[in-house]
Design a protein around this ligand. Structure first.
Ligand code: PLP
Length: 460
């Protein structure tokens, strides 16, 4: 009985990212029902009222890359769970090996896969590795991790300490020491950064990282953690010249480059990994959301053999190996689902589709921006796109958050789910976000664009 489910939800569920008063207001006219998603197939989901929605955000947070209802993944997981659901500690598993082998095939230069459960957890493990290397090689000194304004690396206290979105973290201090912020590289808002040039902005933005390293002392900085394309911070694509310079800086100061692919990873930008668009050679890569498209909980920290080598100790050394575990890193469902997910992307040529449909959608968003002055900027890569809304195109003053929410709400009424990312302007949520599954067709994209077109017309 679905009404019972709704009441149990209202009574007992503490929803993620939710202001709950809307579900339990004393004034019944102000109360709404929590939304419960009941079923999904392909690009679409159905809610508790039976209403169909086209999912323009892959499960809300860039996750269901191969779409809903993949029996092939469900069957593989089912068979594996009956054979062996779990074993952890220092033991391996057949799906763990098979998935790692296939994953590494997609990541030339990378070598070792460490399993965990969430993006935050994988990132924490990367931070731990930097610290342990500092202890092993540099007397503990080279332990600091740099992170960038607007990037997000997770919800745990240390991941928030490396978080560049203050609106998600400020309430949860005090923070873990050893994390140092570097400036963002968002060309559209470069004018807000003191000294930012009109030409060669990308190189300038990367040089700001070097300035921070020099101010902190290069002998104290061990890691640099960056998103290849910033996700929740406003879908920020890197400016030309940025990554080449970042790579040089890391090399010059012997800093490990940790790329957070939790959103971009596994096809989202039309390459297997976002960093592969920019010729980056990472030391560590973390991934989560699209790894198994949400069919099982899995995240991975992938390193080069050189990083791994620094931890290769024999049994007499009780401190030198990576003394870390993840209980549910021993679940076999994750790598089993992950392997099928990779095979689906390969066999259905979903990277090509992502590139083609991403270009098409980007064109459509540009066309919308000709029509609606409220769209200040359109950006993204593959099927990972954003449209920043502004109150004034000249000053680039952010559009009111309530109006941006109204656009998302209007689309929802029309049966199309889109997202809005956290601000690219402090305190504002003003970038509409689109990340349909990699199976999206032109018709799906047209439906999303038409919904946004109608919503912008009504709201602004
Ligand atoms: N890194 C990035 C770039 C993310 O967007 C997120 C989540 O949105 C995370 C890390 C944290 O992942 P999780 O929520 O699985 O801990």
């Amino acid at each position: 009985d679905i009404s019972r489910v709704v009441e149990a939800d209202r009574a007992h569920i503490w929803h993620h990212l939710s202001q709950h008063k809307q579900y339990m207001n004393d004034d019944a006219s102000k109360q709404v029902d929590p939304r419960i998603i009941v079923e999904g197939k392909g690009m679409r989901v159905w809610d508790q009222k039976g209403k169909e929605h086209l999912d323009g955000v892959s499960g809300g947070v860039w996750t269901v890359n191969v779409g809903y209802g993949r029996e092939r993944i469900a069957n593989a997981v089912r068979d594996q769970l009956i054979k062996l659901n779990y074993f952890a500690g220092s033991a391996g598993s057949i799906p763990g090996s098979n998935f790692a082998e296939k994953l590494i095939e997609k990541m030339p230069g990378m070598s070792r896969v460490y399993y965990a459960n969430s993006g935050s957890e994988a990132n924490e493990k990367g931070f731990k590795m930097v610290r342990q290397i500092a202890h092993k090689k540099y007397g503990g000194k080279k332990h600091k991790v740099l992170y960038r304004d607007r990037d997000y690396h997770g919800t745990t206290i240390s991941a928030l300490s490396a978080g560049g979105q203050d609106e998600r973290g400020a309430q949860y201090g005090p923070f873990t020491p050893g994390f140092v912020r570097v400036p963002h590289c968002m060309e559209y808002r470069a004018f807000e950064q003191e000294g930012a040039p009109q030409e060669n902005y990308g190189v300038w933005a990367a040089d700001q990282i070097e300035k921070v390293i020099l101010a902190e002392g290069p002998d104290t900085v061990g890691g640099l953690c960056l998103e290849p394309v910033t996700a929740g911070g406003g879908v920020i694509t890197p400016p030309d010249g940025y990554w080449e310079r970042v790579q040089e800086i890391c090399k010059k100061y012997d800093i490990l480059l940790h790329i957070d692919e939790v959103v971009c990873g596994v096809g989202r930008t039309g390459t297997w990994f976002g960093y592969q668009n920019y010729g980056i050679k990472p030391d560590m890569v973390t991934m989560a959301k699209g790894v198994a498209s949400g069919y099982a909980a899995i995240s991975c920290l992938v390193t080069t053999e050189a990083v791994f080598d620094m931890f290769k100790e024999d049994a007499s050394d009780h401190m030198g190996y990576f003394r870390d575990i993840s209980t549910f890193g021993g679940c076999t469902a994750g790598p089993t689902a992950g392997l099928e997910n990779l095979k689906i992307i390969e066999e259905e040529n979903l990277l090509d589709n992502t590139l083609q449909m991403g270009d098409y959608m980007l064109d459509q968003l540009h066309a919308l921006s000709e029509k609606h002055a409220v769209i200040g900027d359109v950006r993204g890569k593959g099927l990972f796109l954003g449209a920043e809304l502004v109150a004034d195109r000249n000053t680039r003053e952010a559009a009111k958050e309530s109006l941006v929410s109204a656009v998302v709400g209007d689309c929802m009424q029309q049966g199309v789910i889109i997202g809005m990312t956290n601000r690219s302007v402090p305190g504002k949520n003003n970038t509409l976000c689109f990340s349909p599954a990699l199976i999206a067709t032109k018709d799906d994209i047209d439906q999303i664009i038409n919904a946004v077109d109608g919503a912008l017309g009504r709201v602004f």
